[in-house]
Design a protein around this ligand. Structure first.
Ligand SMILES: Nc1ncnc2c1ncn2[C@@H]1O[C@H](COP(=O)(O)OP(=O)(O)O)[C@@H](O)[C@H]1O
Ligand SMILES: [Mg+2]
Length: 250
C-alpha cells in the first residue's frame, strides 16, 4: 500500500486513450488509476499491444490522454500549455527506449549534452560539461565520450542513452523495454545501473517483458487490453516473484 505521508509523484485518474486509425477506434488505455510515489521502482508488464508504451507516453507528456487526469508533482498536466509541458518534461522526466535513439552523427558526449542545451534555465557550458561527465561516469562510459554511437556495442549504446536520460537529474525515469535489444550480460549491467539510480532516489517506471527483470522492482503493474489487471507490491502476501516461481517450477 502507498505510504499516506508521501505525496504521489505521479497520479493518473481514470485515464483512457483512444487512437483512431483508418476509421477504426483502438482503446489503448481504459480507465487507468495509478499512483506512483516518490522513489518507487515499478515495472509495467503485459502482452504486446496491451498499452504499456502508451501509458509511458502519457506519464511522460509525450502524448495526451483522451480522457482522465494525469498529475505530476500534484500539477494537473492537462492544464499546462505545450511550452509548460515541455519545460516540466525537460526538467523532471528522463526517457530510455529499447532502440536507444541516439544520434549517430554526433559524439557520445554531445548526445548526452543535447537535452541539457534545450533547458529553459540556461545552463552554462561548464555546468553542462560537468553534468555530462558525471552522467557518463555513472554508467561507466566516460572513456568513450569522443566515440560516435555506431562505434559502440548495443549494451554501451544503452548505457549512453541512460546517461542522456539522467544527466539533467530527472526525478522520474521512464524506461521502455531497455533490455529488448541486449544479451543477458548487457541486460543485467543496464538493470544494475537502474537499481543504483533508484537507490539514489530516482523514481523509476519501467516496461519490461522479462520476468527476471520485473522482479527487480518493488511493485509490478500488469496490463491487459488497456486495463490494469494486477498491481502487486513485493510486500503483498499474494506476491510471488516470477523468478521464485520459475525456480520452484523447475
Ligand atoms: N499512434 C498510434 N496510432 C494508432 N494506434 C496506436 C498508436 N500507438 C499505439 N496504438 C495502438 O494502441 C495499442 C497499444 O499500443 P502500445 O501502447 O504500443 O502497446 P505495448 O507497448 O503494450 O506493446 C495497440 O493496439 C497499438 O496498435
Ligand atoms: Mg511498447
Amino acid at each position: 500500500m502507498p505510504d499516506t505521508d508521501v505525496s504521489p509523484i505521479i497520479q493518473l485518474n481514470k485515464v483512457s486513450k483512444t487512437f483512431v486509425s483508418h476509421d477504426v477506434e483502438i482503446e489503448a488505455l481504459r480507465n487507468i488509476d495509478l499512483r506512483i510515489d516518490q522513489g518507487e521502482y515499478l515495472t509495467i508488464n503485459g502482452p504486446s499491444g496491451c498499452g504499456k508504451s502508451t501509458l509511458l507516453s502519457i506519464i511522460g507528456l509525450l502524448d495526451a490522454p483522451t480522457s482522465g487526469q494525469c498529475f505530476i508533482n500534484e500539477v494537473d498536466t492537462q492544464r499546462l500549455d505545450e511550452n509548460q509541458q515541455a519545460e516540466l518534461r525537460n526538467l523532471h522526466i528522463g526517457f530510455v527506449f529499447q532502440s536507444f535513439n541516439l544520434i549517430d552523427e554526433v559524439s557520445v558526449f554531445d548526445n548526452v549534452a543535447l537535452p541539457l542545451t534545450y533547458r529553459e534555465d540556461g545552463l552554462s557550458k561548464k555546468v553542462i560539461h560537468d553534468k555530462v561527465t558525471d552522467a557518463l561516469s555513472q554508467v561507466g562510459m566516460d572513456h568513450r565520450k569522443a566515440h560516435k554511437p555506431n562505434q559502440l556495442s548495443g549494451g554501451q549504446q544503452q548505457r549512453v542513452a541512460i546517461a542522456r536520460a539522467v544527466a539533467g537529474d530527472p526525478s522520474i525515469l521512464l524506461v521502455d523495454e531497455p533490455t529488448g535489444n541486449l544479451d543477458s550480460k548487457n541486460g543485467s549491467a543496464v538493470m544494475d545501473i537502474l537499481a543504483t539510480l533508484n537507490e539514489k532516489g530516482t523514481t523509476i517506471c519501467m516496461v519490461t517483458h522479462d520476468p527476471r527483470y520485473a522482479s527487480h522492482a518493488k511493485r509490478q503493474v500488469s496490463l491487459l487490453d488497456g486495463r490494469i489487471v494486477d498491481n502487486l507490491t513485493s510486500f503483498d502476501s499474494s506476491y510471488e516473484s516470477p523468478l521464485v516461481s520459475e525456480i520452484a517450477n523447475q
